[in-house]
Each structure stands twice: as structure tokens, then as C-alpha cells.
Design a binder for this molecule. Structure first.
Ligand code: F0G
Length: 351
């Protein structure tokens, strides 16, 4: 068996890359499609998790970033820029380092998880904390890239979407069909747009006979697509999707409508409940935003919107280690233990 070459080489005929370009890859893609027995039992569906935290920088962003940085390098410009709630910046920083490009990231001050900031720092990105939210950062990044010689690598760059659609290809390749339903957390809406592009492409080419219904879930405090209007001051514990004005709004709506899908809003309480359930019952540690897809699955199963026996894939978008603070909240033992097996046994209620 030869090594996995990354998504560009694996799906070369489906991803546009400039002739003769040096492909910048960290071996992204080929992530687990993991059966979820507990979720299957409670929902009456056949549930799988697409574990995108297994990508090189710990999120699905790497699929788009290998393509965006490959194009940026080929363009001859020496710098890339992005706005980010954290994962895009971590990914851009890593791929830019690999390519030898300068990377600037614009992040909302104090609102990105610690692990993501650590990644951008160590990969040598120029980190600019902005006194504003993600939407302000994106506007600033777009304007800067419009006026100066620097490539914008947010998902408004269409080559990012071309890379991210490979997750849908992988799911179909493994299942031998498209799932009936696909559940995703939605923030800036690039990923739901990309998955729908991937599923539609495979269906149009006859690789698989159909495409899933796309279920997109937003945090209740940041749910512009659910309300049908931008949210000026978005707020949620799931900082990755704390976005009030998604750039790929039209793509998300098209995916929902064409697939007979739905959008729904999920409270932080339910997001955190799904976050803990994934860790404790399925053994999968994700960041809070990622649990939104599973919280949405549980909500639709509970009120009858999820067809019984359906094959369902939930993408869990980012690794739990990105956000250790949320995991530790209220869960750490403070009292130190005596160096004594009897003390350990007592602490564990062993007899
Ligand atoms: N899950 C995680 C872990 C994310 O980081 C993001 C987006 C999403 C879901 C939503 O995906 O934006 O394509 O709808 N993070 C971006 C970032 C905004 O800057 O890292 P989307």
C-alpha cells in the first residue's frame, strides 16, 4: 500500500491546479468515516461520523487550504491573508509555512480557542487581533487583498471550496453510495456549499446514484440562515461558528433547497450536551462547534424530522484539543491524592 498523497493527488482530475504547480500538501484528507453505535441506537438511523479533526492541523480547513496555498504559490505572490475564528488561521499558517509564504491572520480579539492561536503562533503567522467580530475581520481581509499584493485564502476563494468538496467524495467512495442525510455545523457556510458541490458532482457523473438531504445547523445566538437575516452581534460558546453574516449564504441556501434539506438553530446547552455525549459514548473528542451537527441530528430525530433507518453522516469538523478550556470547565479535580493505593481505590469506589 502506498502512502496517501493528500486530496489534490487523490482527486486530481476533479480539482483545478495550475499546470506545473508545486503541490503544497501535508497529507490532508482520507479521514475516518466512523460508525457511531450509540447515536444509531438513540436515533434509529445508521449514523456515521466523518472525523475531520484527524486532518493535519486538526480541522476540515486543510482540504481547502492545500488547494488555496498551491494556487497562491503558483501565482508568484509572496503572502496570504485570511480572517478566521481560529481553524482557518491555523491551517493557513501551517500550509504557508510549508510553502515558504508569509501568512497574515485577522482574528476577533479574545474570541478564538487557545489551541488554534497556539498553532498560528508556532507556524510563524503574523497574528492581527481585531477589535471586532469575524464578519469585521473578513471585510478587512477582503479589502486588504483587493488593494495589496496578497492572496485571500478564506472560502470566498473558490479553490477552497474545490478542495473541501473532497470530503463528500470520500464518504461516497467508502459507503458505495451517498448517505440519505448529511448533517453539518454552519458558520460562514463554505463547508455546506462545498459538500453539496461534491455530492452533486458525483451524482451528475453517475459515480453514485443520488445525493443526500443537507441538514445545516447553526448556534442559536448566531443563526442568520435560520432567521433569514444577518445577526449583527452573534454570540455562542461555539466560537468557531460565531458568525452573523455568512459569506457563502447563497451556496448554503442552494444546498438546502436543491436537496430538500433544512436549517435549524441549536442552543449552546444542546451543543455542549452533544459535545459531552460524543466524548463519553462514542470516544470522539471534538471542539464545541463540531458537536452542533450531532446536536442537530438528535433534535431532528427527537421531533420526527429524521427518517427512520436513514443512512446519516455527521461531519465533526475540528479536534477537541483545539479548545481545552471548554473541556476542563467544571471538570478538574483540585484535591491532590496521597501516594497510597488505598487512597486511589477509595477515590474510585473500588472494594
Ligand atoms: N466547524 C468548525 C470547527 C469551524 O472552524 C468552522 C468554521 C465551521 C464548523 C463552520 O464552517 O464556516 O464553512 O460554515 N470556521 C471558520 C474559521 C470560520 O475561521 O476557522 P463554515
Amino acid at each position: 500500500m502506498s502512502a496517501w498523497p493528500g486530496i489534490i493527488e487523490a482527486y486530481r482530475e476533479r480539482i483545478p491546479v495550475p499546470d506545473g504547480a508545486r503541490v503544497v500538501t501535508l497529507g490532508e484528507g482520507n479521514t475516518p468515516l466512523l460508525p457511531a453505535p450509540h447515536l444509531s441506537e438513540v436515533t434509529g438511523a445508521e449514523v456515521y461520523l466523518k472525523v475531520e479533526g484527524a486532518n493535519p492541523t486538526g480541522s476540515f480547513k486543510d482540504r481547502g487550504m492545500t488547494v488555496a496555498i498551491t494556487h497562491a504559490l503558483a501565482s508568484g505572490l509572496k503572502a496570504v491573508i485570511c480572517a478566521s475564528t481560529g481553524n482557518t488561521s491555523a491551517s493557513a499558517a501551517a500550509y504557508a509555512a510549508r510553502a515558504g509564504l508569509t501568512c497574515a491572520v485577522l482574528v476577533p480579539q479574545g474570541k478564538i480557542a487557545l489551541g488554534k492561536l497556539a498553532q498560528a503562533v508556532l507556524h510563524g503567522a503574523r497574528i492581527l487581533q481585531v477589535d471586532g467580530n469575524f464578519d469585521d475581520c473578513l471585510e478587512l481581509a477582503r479589502k486588504t487583498a483587493g488593494d495589496y499584493p496578497v492572496t485571500l485564502v478564506n472560502s470566498v476563494n473558490p479553490v477552497r471550496i474545490a478542495g473541501q468538496k473532497t470530503a463528500a467524495f470520500e464518504i461516497c467512495d467508502v459507503l458505495g453510495k451517498a448517505p440519505d442525510v448529511h448533517c453539518l455545523p454552519v458558520g460562514n457556510a463554505g463547508n455546506i456549499t462545498a459538500y453539496w458541490a461534491g455530492y452533486s458532482e458525483y451524482a451528475a457523473d453517475g459515480v453514485v446514484p443520488g445525493a443526500p438531504r443537507m441538514f445545516g445547523f447553526q448556534a442559536a445566538g448566531a443563526a442568520p440562515l435560520v432567521h433569514g437575516a444577518p445577526v449583527p452581534d452573534p454570540d455562542t460558546i461555539a466560537t468557531a461558528i460565531r458568525i452573523g453574516s455568512p459569506a457563502s449564504w447563497a451556496g448554503a441556501v442552494a444546498a438546502k433547497e436543491a436537496s430538500d434539506g433544512l436549517f435549524d438553530a441549536i442552543t449552546d446547552e444542546r451543543i455542549l450536551a452533544a459535545y459531552r455525549l460524543l466524548a463519553r459514548r462514542e470516544g470522539v473528542f471534538v471542539e464545541p462547534a463540531s458537536a452542533t451537527s450531532v446536536a442537530g441530528l438528535l433534535a431532528t430525530a427527537a421531533d420526527g424530522r429524521l427518517p427512520k433507518g436513514a443512512t446519516v453522516v455527521c461531519t465533526v469538523t475540528g479536534h477537541g484539543l483545539k479548545d481545552p478550556a471548554t473541556a476542563l470547565e467544571g471538570n478538574v479535580e483540585v484535591e491532590p491524592l496521597a501516594v497510597d493505593p488505598a487512597a486511589v481505590a477509595a477515590a474510585l469506589d473500588l472494594r
